[in-house]
Design a protein around this ligand. Structure first.
Ligand code: C5P
Length: 301
């Protein structure tokens, strides 16, 4: 058995997110295009007498270390599925902001699954990991897979999407997070609970991804959760306006927000956008990240 295994998993943004009606189980059916971007959380799994979690890193504040930590839940569910004891210490190094709309908790869960699978020598089938991932949360399967993928159901059913080239993103991180259930509830309140969008992914977006057409991708960015996120946090409008003023190809609230994703023409333009956002005072911090990047992987060495 190795003495410890470290895995890392990326943040995600949604290039397109259509939200259907609220289902009987409280979730909403969605049709989305997930896109993994190069902002990473790491999880190191080490043998221990029981399940322990610790968290450090620039975005560690507010992450629970008890059983509701998503990395802990993932390890517990994987251990139960494999018939082993979840005797592991999980150390999470967080760079992805909490409650930011970037699926940071889901990244931790996916990294924990990959790290524990390797530590315990399970070599679990990909389908087993995906099914445990879906039990932990709607976005966890995508954090395992990465790249660019269409998501349906509540987001857990994935189909890989063909994307050519590399896109330069700028992520504007807000001071305080937004609760995902609260943003979905605000959407229901604004449009009426019986209303839902058609569950479609724009064909123009898929064409732009296939051909590596950044301007086309920028023009197609869409998120049904943007309206409720702006309703709960009107100041986000200013972040999107900075993007427009400084020539972003597109700007959109990521997932349930409050992080906003701005698409730059190239890395130089991304730097200009990052400087403009920082000096505008409209967000707490700014990160530049390329996409797409792979999903959760063991970090060699
Ligand atoms: O699956 P996850 O635990 O990440 O979801 C958190 C919450 O977000 C759910 O309890 C639900 O309120 C909301 N949600 C939703 N529809 C989805 C995904 C999440 O309503 N497709």
């Amino acid at each position: 058995m190795p003495t410890s295994v470290t895995a890392r998993a990326p943040a995600k943004i949604n290039l397109s997110l259509a939200v259907g009606r609220r289902r009987a189980d409280g979730y909403h059916s969605i049709a989305t295009v997930f896109h993994a971007v190069g902002l990473w959380d790491e999880v190191t799994a080490t043998p221990a007498g029981g399940l322990e979690v610790s968290v450090t890193g620039p975005e560690a504040r507010g992450v629970p270390t008890g059983p509701d930590n998503l990395a802990a839940r993932a390890a517990t569910l994987l251990a139960a599925r494999a018939g082993v004891r979840p005797d592991v210490r999980l150390h999470v190094t967080k760079q992805i902001p909490v409650a930011g709309g970037l699926a940071g908790g889901s990244a931790d869960a996916a990294a924990a699954l990959v790290a524990c699978d390797a530590l315990w020598g399970l070599a679990a089938h990909r389908d087993v990991l995906l099914s445990v991932a879906a039990q932990v949360g709607s976005d966890v399967p995508f954090a395992l897979v990465g790249g660019t993928a269409m998501g349906t159901g509540r987001g857990e059913r994935l189909t890989p999407a063909l994307a050519r080239g590399r896109f330069s993103w700028v992520l504007a991180v807000a001071g305080d997070g937004l609760s995902t259930p609260a943003v979905y509830a605000e959407l229901d309140r604004l449009r009426g609970p019986a209303r839902g969008s058609p569950l479609v992914v724009p064909p123009e977006l898929m064409t732009a991804l296939r051909t590596g057409d950044a301007a086309g991708v920028g023009a197609c960015l869409h998120n049904d959760l943007q309206r409720p996120a702006l309703s709960l946090r009107p100041a986000l409008r200013k972040v999107l306006d900075v993007g427009e003023d400084y020539g972003a190809l597109g700007a959109v609230v990521s997932g349930s927000g409050p992080t906003c994703a701005l698409l730059a023409r190239d890395d130089d333009h991304a730097l200009d956008l990052a400087v403009a956002l920082t000096s505008s005072g409209t967000c707490r911090s700014v990160a530049r990240a390329p996409g797409p990047v792979p999903g959760a992987r063991v970090v060699p060495g």
